[in-house]
Design a protein around this ligand. Structure first.
Ligand SMILES: Nc1ncnc2c1ncn2[C@@H]1O[C@H](COP(=O)(O)OP(=O)(O)OP(=O)(O)O)[C@@H](O)[C@H]1O
Length: 313
């Protein structure tokens, strides 16, 4: 029978397209059959335990180490082909451990990287400014704090105005304010259409900031999607935290009677009610019927951490 369904909406070709990527070191399957696509302008997160294979996958995507098997294309170009040289100019990379020379100043460091990349030296001062290091441009890197070194590494990745950014644990060593500033820069880059992929161990930090993410464990992608999509796939329970005007626990039990809740527990200063996502509105309405007996109500959605442990354990 002829297919009469409408043609799928036209999607832009992925900037990063990974198919069956595999890397073995002897018996270690560092990366084991990874499929992944990142769309133009997307901010994509890659999370996983130590040794999950994230850095190895990054290096393969950058053509820095050869794959044992699989196909990796950036901007349509295979990373192993001659055409990749031109694509590489569009890429910025912040490695997990960026190598810096202690005797150089911040601006000399960027000038060094600019020469390596064939980028105009005039980009260095603005790059330092952008990452909040203008004040330390003339100080030697040996005097830099961990966070300042990380910012300098990030600044070098921005040289040449890359259209694709690979950031391996970019917020390591940054304090909370610096992390916020870092993501403000990423938002700016995103609004300019830059495609970005980053790794992080700090799940709370990336859960509100990436468009989509992949959870990696033992060299494989265990799950991929939006944070909300992954929550729904896991079908993790929600918690209501109900603070009552009086210790009227039995009343709560009564209004929830017959509803599909998996737990109702009296805690120190509140009652905790657990239910599945599909029962959320029913439970909410039942609790609302308690009127002014309820002083406060919080809904606790499962965090990315809950989702992560669900997929990676
Ligand atoms: N050059 C290498 N030779 C042998 N094994 C390697 C090599 N590089 C990585 N591995 C192994 O591959 C696996 C994946 O390592 P990888 O560094 O990619 O993990 P990761 O997810 O980036 O970890 P982390 O979060 O700790 O940085 C680990 O078991 C690691 O020991």
């Amino acid at each position: 029978m002829a297919d009469t369904s409408p043609a799928p909406a036209e999607r832009a070709a992925p900037v990063i397209a990974v198919s069956g990527a595999t890397k073995h070191y002897g018996t270690v399957r560092a990366v084991d059959g990874v499929d992944l696509e990142v769309a133009p302008g997307e901010l994509f997160g890659l999370i996983g335990h130590n040794g999950a294979g994230k850095s190895t996958l990054f290096k393969m995507m950058l053509g820095l180490i050869p794959a044992t098997a699989g196909d990796i294309r950036i901007d349509g170009s295979p990373v192993t082909g001659g055409g990749f040289r031109a694509v590489r100019r569009k890429i910025g990379y912040l490695p997990e451990n960026v190598v810096l020379y202690d005797n150089l100043t911040g601006v000399e460091t960027l000038e060094f990287f600019a020469r390596l990349k064939g980028v105009a030296g005039s980009e260095c001062a603005p790059a330092l400014e952008r990452v909040g290091l203008a004040h330390a441009a003339r100080r030697r890197v040996r005097e830099y704090s961990k966070g300042m070194r990380q910012r300098l590494g990030f600044a070098q990745s921005l040289l040449g105005k890359p259209r694709i950014l690979f950031l391996d644990e970019p917020t390591t060593g940054l304090d909370p304010e610096a992390i916020r500033e870092f993501y403000v820069i990423l938002r700016g880059l995103k609004s300019d259409g830059v495609t970005m992929i980053l790794t992080s161990h700090i799940l709370a930090e990336i859960q509100e900031r990436v468009d989509r993410l992949a959870i990696m464990a033992s060299g494989k992608i265990q799950a991929i999607g939006t944070v909300q999509g992954l929550r729904e796939q896991m079908d993790l329970p929600l918690w209501f935290r109900v603070r009552l005007a009086h210790e009227d626990f039995d009343h709560v039990r009564t209004v929830l009677g017959g509803l599909p809740v998996s737990a109702v527990e009296a805690r120190e200063d509140h009652v905790a009610v657990e239910c599945r996502r599909e029962s959320k509105m029913l439970v909410m309405q039942a609790l609302a019927s308690l009127g002014d007996k309820v002083l406060d109500l919080h809904v606790h959605e499962p965090s990315l951490e809950d989702v992560f442990f669900g997929f990676s354990d």
